[in-house]
Design a protein around this ligand. Structure first.
Ligand SMILES: Nc1ncnc2c1ncn2[C@@H]1O[C@H](COP(=O)(O)OP(=O)(O)O)[C@@H](O)[C@H]1O
Ligand SMILES: [Mg+2]
Length: 250
C-alpha cells in the first residue's frame, strides 16, 4: 500500500535518504526506528507528499505520487492521518474548538452535529470530560490524545502516521498513548509510528524497520529485533534493560 522504491532525498546538498526501499501492506502495525536526524520525519513528509524524492518512486495504493500536482496530492493526504511530533494544539482554543477546527473549516456540519462528533472523538481518546479545558490545563499525555482526536476529525484514514507520539512523555503517559494507538488500529486501519524509543515501538508494532545512513538496515519482527547483532540496534535495544517490566511483546 505504501511503496518506497529506491527513494533518494536530501535537503539542499545534505543527503538524508539514500535509495531507500520498503513496502507496507494495509493494516500493518509498523515502527520505524532510528536515531535523531536519520530521516524518520522526512519519510512521513514524503508519504503525504509534503516533499518530493530527488529520485526513486513512492506509490500509495498502487498510484505513483512522485510527480502528482499539489491538487492531486490533496487526495493522497486525505488517505492518512498524521500526528506530528509537536502535536501542537491552538493555545487560545478550548479542547472542543481544537478538535472541531477542521470540521468547521472543511465540512458544512451544523453546531449540533459538530458537538456530537467532537464528543464522539473525545470519548474515543477517553477525554470527553476535558472538552471545555484549555490546552494549558492539559497534561502532556492529554495534549497528545487531543491531537490524535483532532487528526481523526474529518475523514477515515487508511493508515495513521505518528511522529514520535510519545516523545517527552513520562512512562505512564507514554504507555497510555501506546495503548490508544493500538486501540485505534483495532478498527482495521494500520499505523506507522516513527520513534527512537524501542520500548514504545514494541508496544504498538509487530514489524520494525531500523533506519541508518539513509537506508533500511533491519526489517523484521520483535524477536529478531531483540536478537539483532547490529551494533546500533543493540544500543537501542539495550535501553530496554533499564526499563521496568519489559516482556518484549505487547
Ligand atoms: N526543512 C529542512 N531543511 C534542512 N534540513 C532539514 C530540514 N528538515 C530536516 N532537516 C535535516 O534533515 C535531517 C533529517 O531530519 P528528520 O527527518 O527530521 O530526522 P528525524 O525525524 O529522524 O530526527 C536532520 O539532519 C535535519 O536536521
Ligand atoms: Mg523527527
Amino acid at each position: 500500500m505504501i511503496v518506497f522504491d529506491r527513494v533518494t532525498f536530501g535537503y539542499n546538498a545534505k543527503p538524508i535518504l539514500n535509495e531507500l526501499s520498503f513496502q507496507v501492506d494495509p493494516g500493518e502495525k509498523i515502527a520505524i526506528l532510528g536515531g535523531s536526524g536519520e530521516g524518520k520525519t522526512t519519510i512521513l513528509k514524503l508519504i503525504v507528499g509534503l516533499i518530493r524524492p530527488d529520485s526513486g518512486r513512492i506509490l500509495i495504493e498502487g498510484e505513483d505520487i512522485t510527480h502528482k500536482t499539489e491538487e492531486e496530492l490533496n487526495d493522497v493526504r486525505r488517505k492518512f492521518s498524521i500526528v506530528f511530533q509537536a502535536g501542537a494544539l491552538f493555545d487560545s482554543l478550548t479542547v472542543k474548538e481544537n478538535v472541531a477546527f477542521c470540521l468547521r473549516e472543511y465540512t458544512k456540519m451544523t453546531e449540533d452535529e459538530i458537538d456530537a462528533k467532537v464528543r464522539e472523538l473525545l470519548r474515543l481518546v477517553d477525554l470527553e470530560p476535558a472538552i471545555h479545558l484549555m490546552p494549558a490545563e492539559l497534561s502532556g499525555g492529554m495534549h497528545r490524545r487531543v491531537a490524535i482526536a483532532r487528526s481523526l476529525a474529518v475523514h477515515k484514514p487508511i493508515m495513521m502516521l505518528y511522529d514520535e507520539a510519545t516523545a517527552g512523555l513520562d512512562p505512564v503517559n507514554s504507555d497510555n498513548i501506546c495503548n490508544l494507538i493500538v486501540e485505534l488500529s483495532s478498527f482495521g486501519m494500520g499505523h506507522m509510528m516513527v520513534t527512537h524509543k524501542v520500548v514504545d515501538a514494541l508496544k504498538v508494532a509487530d514489524r520494525f524497520l531500523f533506519l541508518e545512513g539513509g537506508t533500511v538496515v533491519f526489517d523484521g519482527g520483535a524477536d529478531e529485533l531483540l536478537a539483532s547483532s547490529h551494533p546500533h540496534i543493540r544500543t537501542f535495544v539495550d535501553e530496554l534493560r533499564y526499563q521496568p517490566k519489559v516482556s518484549g511483546k505487547r
